[in-house]
Design a protein around this ligand. Structure first.
Ligand SMILES: [Zn+2]
Length: 138
């Protein structure tokens, strides 16, 4: 293919594109290339997400790791206490069960004081009800 043939092919291709655009404008199908906008938006969102993940990672790397009060273990199991919200004060007007997360040591099962949502448990003595004694897993 010589230069002249390339120029003819380029002109034909450009002409087809322009004709397509003109047809889209006539029929009202013309859309400002939404795919390109979506790609750019997606790229910006990905970058923002990546930046936030890095920011959280940076904050966590500067934070201390919580250790069990009893055995100094650093891995915890997630368990729940369940609060029963009476219908009279429940936002939906019905008796509602609300789970509250509590972390229990994965090594010795102890629930460290800092892992207890104390202000939420004022109606029971958790030390009497929950066995917080040292119980190593077997
Ligand atoms: Zn422990």
């Amino acid at each position: 293919m010589n230069d002249e043939e390339i120029q003819i092919l380029a002109k034909d291709t450009a002409k087809k594109h322009i004709n397509n655009l003109a047809d889209q404008l006539k029929t009202g199908d013309f859309n400002f290339n939404p795919q390109v906008v979506d790609e750019e938006t997606k790229k910006a969102q990905d970058q923002e997400r990546k930046r936030k993940v890095e920011e959280v990672g940076d904050i966590l790397s500067k934070s201390s790791t919580f250790l069990c009060d009893m055995c100094k273990g650093c891995l915890f199991n997630l368990i729940y206490i369940v609060k029963q919200v009476p219908a009279s004060i429940s936002p939906n007007g019905k008796l509602t069960a609300v789970p509250v997360q509590v972390f229990r040591c994965g090594e010795c099962n102890y629930i460290s004081d800092d892992m207890l949502p104390n202000k939420l448990i004022t109606d029971i003595n958790i030390d009497e009800i929950v066995n917080r004694q040292y119980k190593p897993n077997q």
